[in-house]
Design a protein around this ligand. Structure first.
Ligand code: NDP
Length: 500
């Protein structure tokens, strides 16, 4: 079992890894038409792992044409739910069988601890694909209550070609949240992974083929956002873009759609999630521990990270002390060490972006009470200490902008209405949490917080059956749950006149 491996065992397996570094189009690995490649860097060392095909318009067009041809032939789109289920279950099984290799690829590529990639990212990716496989032969269509002279069949049909553009923070998991429902409902796909983390997407392409997903149905085009991503967003024969990433790039996809074929767009664009701890929380220590993990997990590179700790003034010092105690223990380490709970930032750009925000926080007058420094610089990697600011005003940039690093902004409040007001006072609305033992206060706060998910007396809990997505500029459309299938299907009414 991968979780039981020692650091030496992980390192020796890493040394023997082979990387898939070409695009996967129409069932084959191919170089980019231009022959261009880009460096794929290990953020734990700053060293190049491999060079990956840099896809552009021509490659994206080939992938979309292959996806369309497969869709039109019906090799996948017209197979029964039960048949697609069988293939997708095998696909999930193959991901599980290759979990050690995939976890290594994820950790080497984006710097997250191996204990997370092996216990969270890869198993949850397989579980997600399995869940949609299991669901697809159990969802029924509808008949409208039109009256006796007609029968209106309301059917959900696959859209056609789905373009998925995903980020680097949970590379395979974010892709799987789109692959599961898009393929289960019969679409063809073109997936563009982030330039920082293309390796697992490229590896699972051949596992998909091995499982029996026909050529052309699942394609992967690595490359840059401005080239490969934009080409997909503007393509006239892509029916839908499913995106996860920054709000800034999410808005580009709306523009691309408007300037091309009005393709459907769904956006999951991050947040600045408020984690509200009331003085009457059932267990303040548990709340503080969850608050620390809520911001430091995955190096803070989490769209729903609890980056704003909004805590009742009377208990603030006690909560903050515990948060810092957890933070002190979470010092970054070698991601391949199974004991490491915090790894490296994804790349040098993200490292400097986070360090710049720490400087901004100090200049804005917030009080730095923990961390704030780059560490382990001698490794060549991009590590930052768990960082906590106290005395933050919600109008500060560190309270308003998505930092995407291990940086917590602490804001205090005196009454619950004020907490909700502060919680809602950002452009985002992805997630929020409230800690209180008073059920009325909990439900009222949950109702009044404008967010797609509100946790009560916990943080970042979830299940594949429960939808995930945002309000406001956190985007629209939902990943996970049966609702995600709506994104990848079109309603068709077939009206049959039968007369009196
Ligand atoms: P981006 O939003 O830039 O990247 C997300 C995806 O969009 C990647 O596949 C990227 O490709 C692609 N992309 C980037 N620019 C374009 C473009 N002009 N047209 C089409 N596609 C594009 O996130 P970053 O990686 O740059 O991170 C910046 C910030 O975004 C983070 O600090 C964080 O605040 C936020 N973010 C939020 C995430 C979330 O889960 N909500 C995830 C990742 C980032 P490529 O990487 O190849 O350029």
């Amino acid at each position: 079992m991968s979780a039981a491996l020692s650091i030496d065992a992980w390192k020796s397996q890493a040394a023997g890894l082979a990387y898939r570094n070409q695009a996967f189009i129409d069932g084959h690995y191919v170089a980019a038409a231009s022959g261009e490649t880009f460096d794929c860097i290990n953020p734990a060392t700053g060293k190049v792992l491999t060079r990956v095909a840099a896809c552009d318009n021509e490659d994206v067009d080939r992938a979309v044409r292959a996806a369309r041809a497969a869709f039109d032939k019906g090799v996948w789109s017209r197979r029964s739910g039960a048949e697609r289920k069988k293939v997708l279950l095998r696909f999930a099984e193959l991901i599980d069988e290759h979990a050690t290799e995939l976890a290594l690829l994820e950790t080497l590529d984006m710097g997250k601890p191996i204990r997370d990639s092996s216990k969270i990212d890869i198993p949850l990716s397989a579980a997600c694909i399995r869940w949609y496989a299991e669901a697809i032969d159990k969802v029924y269509d509808e008949i409208a209550p039109t009256g006796p002279e007609a029968i209106s069949l309301i059917r959900r049909e696959p859209l056609g070609v789905v373009g998925a553009v995903v980020p680097w923070n949970f590379p395979l998991l974010m892709a799987s949240w789109k692959i599961g429902p898009a393929l289960a409902t019969g679409n063809s796909m073109v997936l563009k992974p982030a330039e920082q983390s293309p390796l697992t997407a490229l590896r699972i392409a051949e596992l998909a083929a091995e499982a029996g997903i026909p050529a052309g149905v699942f394609n992967v085009v690595p490359g840059f956002g401005e080239t490969a991503g934009q080409a997909l967003g503007r393509h006239m024969d892509v029916d839908c873009i499913a995106f996860t990433g920054s709000a800034e790039v999410g808005k580009y996809f709306l523009k691309y759609a408007g300037e091309s074929n009005m393709k459907r767009v769904s956006l999951e664009c991050g947040g600045k999630s408020p984690n509200i701890i009331m003085a009457d929380a059932p267990d303040l220590d548990a709340a503080a521990t969850a608050a620390a993990w809520g911001i430091f997990f995955n190096q803070g590179e989490v769209c729903n990270a609890g980056s704003r700790l909004i805590v009742e003034e009377s208990v603030k010092d006690r909560v903050l002390e515990k948060v810092m105690a957890v933070g002190r223990k979470l010092q970054p380490g070698d991601p391949l060490d199974p004991k490491t709970a915090m790894g490296a930032m994804v790349d040098v750009t993200q490292l400097h972006r986070v360090l710049d925000y720490i400087e901004v926080g100090e200049k804005e007058g917030a009080k730095l009470v923990l961390g704030g420094q780059r560490v382990r610089g001698e490794t060549g990697g991009y590590y930052i200490e768990p960082t906590v600011f106290d005395q933050v005003d919600n109008r500060m940039r560190i309270a308003q902008e998505e930092i995407f690093g291990p940086v917590l902004a602490t804001i205090s409040f005196k009454d619950p209405d004020e907490a909700v007001k502060i919680g809602n006072d950002t452009i985002y609305g992805l997630a929020a949490a409230v800690w209180t033992r008073d059920i009325t206060k909990a439900l009222k706060t949950a109702r009044n917080l404008r967010a797609g998910v509100v946790w009560v007396n916990c943080f970042d809990n979830g299940h594949i059956s429960s939808p995930f997505g945002g309000f406001k500029q956190s985007g629209f459309g939902r990943d996970k749950s049966l609702h995600a299938m709506d994104k990848y299907t079109e309603l068709k009414a077939t009206w049959i006149h039968i007369g009196n």
